[in-house]
Write a protein that binds this ligand. Structure first.
Ligand code: AMP
Length: 245
């Protein structure tokens, strides 16, 4: 979307009195498309995309204190402890580029994190709304997606490919920026099975948490473009509902 169209849309919405700051939470097991869909939504809706997994991988690659603390959790597919995750996200959410809302990809992952986000927004951004999008994909398809996943190693690109369903034109090379495509260290069958089990353990509470607030949209994202279109439609309806009180 061009900058002119974005500004025009914003002015139009302001005139209608429906500028709503939204924090959109992407729920879903690994490999359901949170990253891919989250990045497209962030561009289309002009919202900052925050992935806790990306933040943590960056800390590990730069060998920071935080990176050293979380490395073993990530490598084994376990969750990073709640207090560490919550502190990291709170710090990130106070940065300037998040003032108008954000797409949260991979956070919250536990009921405690969801509660912390709720309290943080209440205190710091009292008019903001939280909405959750749940991407629901069968386990066997998730495993197939993850073991075949390739990611552009150029951090400013980060495009996601799949050896089976979305191969790059040239093997090992990103179509968009020419960067080298790599497999994530934790994208193997053993770790993914563990990450999936952990997700299933926590997801019921998380989904219930957002369902209670009438702010949950569940979708089986078979096709990325269709899923993005459906999610945007839901978000428009949600905003309309709020602005009409
Ligand atoms: P992701 O890139 O979202 O698949 O996350 C990769 C790994 O980062 C996870 O398997 C966890 O070890 C860690 N991680 C990311 N986000 C969280 C979170 N919200 N809570 C706990 N651990 C997390």
């Amino acid at each position: 979307m061009s900058i002119e169209i974005k500004i025009y849309n914003k002015i139009k919405l302001m005139r209608l009195g429906v500028v709503i700051t939204m924090y959109i939470v992407m729920l879903g097991a690994p490999g359901t498309g949170k990253g891919t869909i989250g990045k497209i939504l962030s561009q289309d809706l002009d919202l900052t995309h925050i992935s806790t997994g990306d933040i943590f991988r960056d800390q590990i690659s730069r060998e920071t204190e935080l990176g050293k603390k979380i490395k073993s959790y990530m490598e084994s597919g376990a969750l990073v402890p709640d207090d560490v995750v919550i502190e990291t996200v709170k710090t990130r959410l106070l940065e300037k580029d998040v003032e108008n809302g954000a797409i949260l990809d991979g956070f919250p992952r536990t009921a405690m994190q969801a509660e912390a986000l709720k309290n943080f927004l209440k205190e710091n951004k009292p008019n903001a709304k939280r909405v959750a999008i749940e991407l629901d994909v069968p386990d066997d398809e998730i495993i197939r997606r993850v073991v075949n996943r390739l990611i552009c190693s150029n951090k400013s690109c980060g495009a996601i490919y799949n050896k089976e369903t979305k191969p790059p034109k040239k093997e090992g090379i990103c179509d968009i920026c020419g960067g080298e495509l790599k497999k994530r260290d934790d994208d193997n069958r053993e770790t993914v099975t563990k990450r999936l089990a952990i997700y299933r353990q926590n997801s019921k509470d998380l989904v219930d948490f957002y369902r209670k607030n009438n702010a949950l949209y569940t979708i089986y994202p078979k096709d990325v473009d269709v899923a993005v279109k459906d999610i945007k439609k839901f978000l428009e309806e949600y905003k309309k509902g709020i602005s009409q009180g």
